[in-house]
Write a protein that binds this ligand. Sequence first.
Ligand SMILES: C[S@@+](CC[C@H](N)C(=O)[O-])C[C@H]1O[C@@H](n2cnc3c(N)ncnc32)[C@H](O)[C@@H]1O
Length: 360
Amino acid sequence: MDPLPIIFTVVLLAGGLYWFVFLLGSAEQKGKHAVHLTGGSIHHSNVKETYNQYWFFFRRPKHIEESENVPAFVDTFYNLVTDIYEWGWGQSFHFSPAIKGKSNLESTKIHEQMAVDLIGVKAGQKILDAGCGVGGPMRAIVSHSGCNVTGITINEYQVNRAKAHNKKAGLSHLCDVVCGNFLNMPFEDETFNGAYSIEATCHAPKLEDVYSEIFRVLKPGAMYVSYEWVTTELFNGEDPEHVEVIQGIERGDALPGLRNYSDIADVAKKVGFEVVKEKDLAKPPAGPWWSRLKMGRIAYWRNHVVVTVLEAIGVAPKGTVDVHEMLFKTADYLTRGGESGIFTPMHMILCRKPEKVQES
Ligand SMILES: C[S@@+](CC[C@H](N)C(=O)[O-])C[C@H]1O[C@@H](n2cnc3c(N)ncnc32)[C@H](O)[C@@H]1O
């Protein structure tokens, strides 16, 4: 028998397998490949059980009311999803309005740069990123502004990922990353010249607790901007479909209950901020932020096969398929929330800490 066709077939199959497993579907900003999916800081053998615990907690609104447990479950959530986000999404874990003629990556960067432009800081000043993920926004912001950014995240695995990315990008001298709870931050009063949070404070059971901490660590006169996940004026709590969509978003994104857009400024004022501006950045003429999720649906089936194979052969931990499935279902709820206009992940609020803080 002629060995040539056999060799040719084997080479073709091996090449195809390499492409399918190592290259396919890796994030735009090559952070992770499918073969490197882990459960963050959770041991390989405990991922499935930990996922079940997470799901049990966030499925039951009564337990979510036990707000002191929320940061621990948010930490668990980010152990479970961080690699999958990096694989499928990139290093910035947030949405941005679609901009005609710009890639997702470019639109993401513009959205991040806008945050630092809004707080009007100068190169060399010290700013805080409350809920920094693996630092995609931080790196875009230091490159754009020349500021020093300190990020805080509850998730240790993200701290390590962020530090590795900062080093690789040659930005470690401008970026610091700390593991901690933004409801009780390990920083002195009046440390920062400015602060921002991108799609992170929605994880706080009480917005007041995180806003008051940010207020405390800002210097007088400093500005803070936040992109908040909220329900909009179109949300009707009596409409079962609206309720289903919002609960679907909460459960699949580790949220202890979404707030309405109208509550945000009241909380900011209550902790002492002056509210400078508020705007839903998702409103037209902004392009739909959820279009990225729709394109992701096609990729989902392809990625689902990859994840299933990797879990079956023991490369990805057991439970990875469940987490992937949960994120896919949540993407559907997010899309429905965006299309119906009842939800936005980019209600922007810009605040200033007064020069003279009122004594209460
Ligand atoms: C959706 S991610 C956004 C990350 C980052 N801002 C970005 O846009 O890439 C939310 C972030 O908030 C952080 N977070 C949530 N609750 C937190 C808490 N109580 N303390 C500190 N970080 C928290 C998570 O660890 C995660 O990094």
